[in-house]
Design a binder for this molecule. Structure first.
Ligand code: PLP
Length: 393
């Protein structure tokens, strides 16, 4: 028996474990400290009433012989795929129903899609970024190159002549930097990928936070993207489904490499290795796209965005450079006084009892940066910013 030795090449991901340990140690030594946690990437507000109503109804259906459901279609129930199709159509993006695949969230699909690609492909991953893109490719043994995201490019790497890869990961709005590509920048990416016969894996997990016309919410709003991109999206941040689990992946039929259709391959992969998302979760997800559901989730998103604004205003007042926030729940700030991100973490915890996420945990380029999350209450967000102002006064 031989193990997959690639696992030994993974950098140990101590980030969130390290944070928890440092916070627990601090709390033990300072039991009275009222710690405000702004490090989490998880949502904090409950599911909206439309989703709760759909969940209740689906549970009732499952309790009656006539409406009980067992295995569903592996690609998702048509009621949900039609709702997703309508959501894209509103933005002028025409998708065929069998280009939409319902899954149990972004992370699984982003990882599982790698089944479709040869091991000798090179993948290009932004630095810093959501760690799953790199780790899943390390596990598979693919070569990874990193695309520098830093202050000079607003944390939005663009293609260059020296960027030689077969698969490019883009995440917009980005986790952790909150930076988002505009239409022109994405067009450059789409044209570049087409010229290289490369593939873009586009993560749109935070698209619901975008409300500026110059920033596309889907890569398929860009002409030509159907020939060169797969898009992943999730109800996790859109509608608070981090614990419910549901997402979707768009694989256009235009994607044909070596005479093999990625759409057909993904369908084959899913029908073989996946047995679908629960009827209950899919019913809940479909409720997101009803007029009432959409209004309700947008209220929740507006609440988080107002928190982001509270953070942004405080940083502006303090003269701290930051990115993101305007169409994302994340604010990516440059650590003040030239501190490294872990030093700033300790400084903030000890001096203001605030927990954030050190940028170094997301990549080399995060060494002097720090992520604050707007997933919190308004009261906590405002209180944390007052504490920060006092600390840095
Ligand atoms: N993509 C990005 C950029 C994320 O930040 C996350 C979660 O934090 C995900 C995907 C995965 O979310 P889920 O698996 O809950 O859909």
């Amino acid at each position: 028996m031989k193990v997959n030795a690639n696992y030994a090449k993974l950098a140990n991901s101590y980030l969130f474990a390290d944070i928890s340990r440092r916070v627990a140690d601090f709390q033990k030594a300072n039991p009275a400290a009222d710690i405000i946690r702004m490090g989490i990437g998880d949502v904090t507000l409950p599911l909206c009433p439309s989703v709760i109503g759909a969940l209740r109804q689906a549970v009732d259906e499952m309790s009656v012989k006539e409406t009980f459901r067992g295995y569903g279609p592996e690609q998702g129930y048509s009621f949900l795929r039609e709702a997703i199709q309508g959501y894209y159509q509103e933005r002028g993006v025409a998708l065929e129903l069998d280009e939409i695949f319902v899954g149990d969230g972004g992370k699984s699909d982003i990882s599982n899609i790698l089944d479709l690609f040869a091991l000798d492909n090179t993948v290009a991953v932004p630095d810093p970024v959501y760690p799953v893109y790199a780790d899943t490719n390390v596990m598979a043994g693919r070569k990874i190159i990193y695309m520098n995201a830093d202050e000079t490019n607003g944390f939005l790497p663009m293609p260059g002549p020296d960027m030689k890869a077969d698969i490019f990961y883009l995440c917009s709005p980005n986790n952790p930097t909150g930076a988002a590509y505009d239409r022109e920048q994405l067009k450059v990416w789409v044209d570049f990928a087409a010229s290289q016969k490369a593939l873009i894996l586009y993560d749109a997990a935070y698209e619901i936070f975008i409300d500026r016309p110059e920033i596309p919410r889907s890569i398929f709003e860009i002409p030509g993207a159907r020939d060169t991109a797969i898009e992943f999206c999730s109800f996790s941040k859109t509608a608070g489904f981090t614990g419910v689990r549901c997402g979707y992946t768009i694989v256009p039929k235009n994607l044909v490499y070596d005479e093999l259709s990625l759409n057909k391959m993904w369908s084959r992969r899913q029908t073989t290795k996946f047995n679908g998302v629960s009827y209950i979760s899919q019913k809940a997800a479909a409720a997101v796209f009803t007029p009432a559901g959409m209004l309700q989730i947008k209220e929740t998103i507006a609440y988080y965005k107002e928190n982001a604004l509270v953070i942004a205003r405080a940083l502006d007042e303090l003269g701290i450079v930051f990115f993101g926030g305007y169409c994302s729940p994340y604010i990516w700030l440059k650590c003040p006084r030239g501190m490294e991100s872990w030093d700033f973490f300790d400084f903030l915890l000890r001096g203001a009892h605030i927990v954030g996420t050190p940028g170094g945990g997301f990549g080399v380029n995060g060494k002097y940066f720090f992520r604050l999350s707007a997933f919190n209450t308004r009261e906590n967000t405002a209180a944390a910013m007052e504490r920060l102002k006092k600390l840095l006064a």
